[in-house]
Design a protein around this ligand. Structure first.
Ligand SMILES: Nc1nc2c(ncn2[C@@H]2O[C@H](COP(=O)(O)OP(=O)(O)OP(=O)(O)O)[C@@H](O)[C@H]2O)c(=O)[nH]1
Ligand SMILES: [Mg+2]
Length: 315
């Protein structure tokens, strides 16, 4: 592990990929990896891009990467694909589309599957972002499909959150709007070449009108990702939001929260590990569990008893 981290610092991509896989798979070394790389983090700017399937997110991301690269930023892209455990198809499509990016040393692309057999858990995104940050990516873009709670959770880690909508969403638009209110900093209406794009803008504008007053009003940007139109407007909107975050002090607050969050997460992990160990080691716990299994001792009462035992043991 030390060797891999040494190589990560030397900007070795294979080391980055290996460390991401270890953290993604909840390797027992994850916490040690995080301890070691933490001092190298805190420099990257994170963009989150979410929206319904097929909205053109990857096409937009592709164009954004080109803009960032033209200014010489190094860019890391994480594609969170809840369906990739089943098909992986979307990412393969992106691979073909973004072939140029695979050949560019300044771009690192990676897809992440959601954890859990049925894809129920968000990936270890904050840790993986930190790894890319430690590696030296200046811009990290996270693409995730959908507009549900999990997607909101996923792009919670982003500094600037971009929600993409398109004309013709019908009922999905309502769900999208509910999600948007919570998270969007920039609203993109993509596929502006299709009929109905203006209606979507009006709809979003109305929604923002009803939104409660806040320091930042999400900007609405019309794009045609496919035809490379509106991308510079989007690029500028992102920069304006970034400037706002820094100048308003919100960026600093986000950093404070993320630090605390990382600590909570590590405590939770530590407690879980500790519990598992205790389960195997403490005879009284084993005895209670045996009664739960074989004598149908009320498992909820038993849990109380076990917790009491474990915590009195640790003090
Ligand atoms: N007409 C039109 N089509 C577009 C535009 N942008 C993207 N598309 C097309 O929309 C389709 C989906 O684009 P993607 O970029 O893969 O969309 P996505 O949101 O990343 O899709 P998933 O990751 O599968 O959810 C592709 O066929 C694109 O060529 C646009 O501005 N106008
Ligand atoms: Mg995509």
């Amino acid at each position: 592990m030390e060797k891999l981290i040494g190589r990560l610092i030397q900007k070795d991509r294979i080391a980055l990929s290996k460390l991401i896989t270890m953290v993604e798979n909840d390797s027992p070394k994850s916490l040690d990896i995080m301890k070691a790389i933490y001092p190298l983090t805190g420099k990257a700017y994170v963009l989150g891009v979410t929206g319904p399937p097929g909205a053109g997110k990857s096409t937009l991301v592709d164009k954004l990467i080109r803009n960032f690269r033209s200014e010489d930023y190094s860019v890391g892209v994480l594609c969170v694909d809840p369906s990739s455990i089943f098909s992986g198809g979307a990412f393969l499509g992106d691979r073909v589309r973004m072939e140029w990016a695979y050949k560019d040393d300044g771009v690192y692309l990676r897809s992440l599957a959601t954890r859990g057999a049925l894809g129920g858990l968000a990936p270890r995104l904050s840790e993986i972002i930190k790894l890319m940050d430690a590696y030296g990516e200046e811009i990290i873009i996270v693409e995730t499909v959908g507009v549900g709670q999990m997607e909101a959770d996923i792009i919670r880690y982003a500094d600037t959150k971009i929600v993409v909508s398109v004309p013709g969403l019908g009922d999905q638009m309502q769900a999208l709007k509910a999600g948007i209110l919570e998270i969007a900093d920039v609203l993109v209406v993509n596929k502006a070449d299709l009929p109905g794009a203006r209606d979507v803008v009006d709809d979003l504008q109305m929604m923002l009108y009803l939104k409660k007053e806040s320091d930042w009003t999400p900007e609405i940007v019309l794009t045609e990702a496919l035809n490379d139109r509106g991308i510079s407007d989007l690029y500028e909107a992102i920069h304006r939001h970034r400037t706002f975050l820094c100048q308003s002090g919100l960026k600093e607050q986000q950093i404070y929260l993320q630090r605390e969050h990382a600590c909570y997460g590590a405590i939770e992990e530590g407690l879980k590990n500790h519990l598992h160990k205790s389960f195997l080691e403490v005879d009284e716990v084993k005895a209670i569990l045996k009664r739960v299994r074989e004598e149908n001792l009320n498992p909820y009462h038993a849990a109380d008893e076990i917790l009491q035992l474990l915590f009195t043991n640790t003090h």
